[in-house]
Write a protein that binds this ligand. Sequence first.
Ligand code: PRP
Ligand code: URA
Length: 207
Amino acid sequence: MATIILNHPLIDHKLTIMRNKETGTKEFRQNLDEIAMLMAYEVTKSLPLQNIEIETPICSMTGKKLVRPIVLVPILRAGLGLVDGFKTIIPTAKVGHIGMSRNEETLQPEEYYAKFPSCLKEADVIVLDPMLATGGSACAAITNIKKRGAKNIKFACLVAAPEGIQVIETEHPDVDLIVGALDEKLNDKGYIVPGLGDAGDRLFGTD
Ligand code: PRP
Ligand code: URA
């Protein structure tokens, strides 16, 4: 449907802190959490609304309410770093989880966990992962979610390579893609350049 590159000054500022290899776990997490709140505002901009009649203390009026429930689906592990920020802005959101691990040699995604709320089919689903590199993990996660009946899907990522964007646009043209920053390319190990390294490892302090 649409690919939106946010290029937001606050996101760019915070992302630069995250990109810096001297930035430790605490600051990395904190900045990702803050960016998630900014992204939540942007990602939800196009959600459909319906009219609702209410009484204010002054008079009757036609207000607005969201048409559908919202389900967040972080791709484990690194997607977890975006959940709290999104939940701060959308506290009623339900959360599904999908575990994807990218095989370091083949770069193919391997699914190891999936659990979703029962309202997935009728929900606005926002899939979360800070990194879109080859696009394999995001593509497989979206395919899984569609198989379970989800129809209204957005994919939100912080850093994307052009290769990953191309894959999602081709394989899932019905999915809105919201990207914090578009980077240059992938290196020969499938890492985003300049990127921020391995998001999961930096978020959880593993290596
Ligand atoms: C990272 C990242 C994405 C994926 C992107 O996860 O969080 O899910 O790689 O790469 P791709 O677009 O080429 O598939 P990883 O598999 O390293 O797992 P982790 O989050 O547990 O570290
Ligand atoms: N996964 C990451 O965490 N970083 C990359 O640059 C590519 C895939």
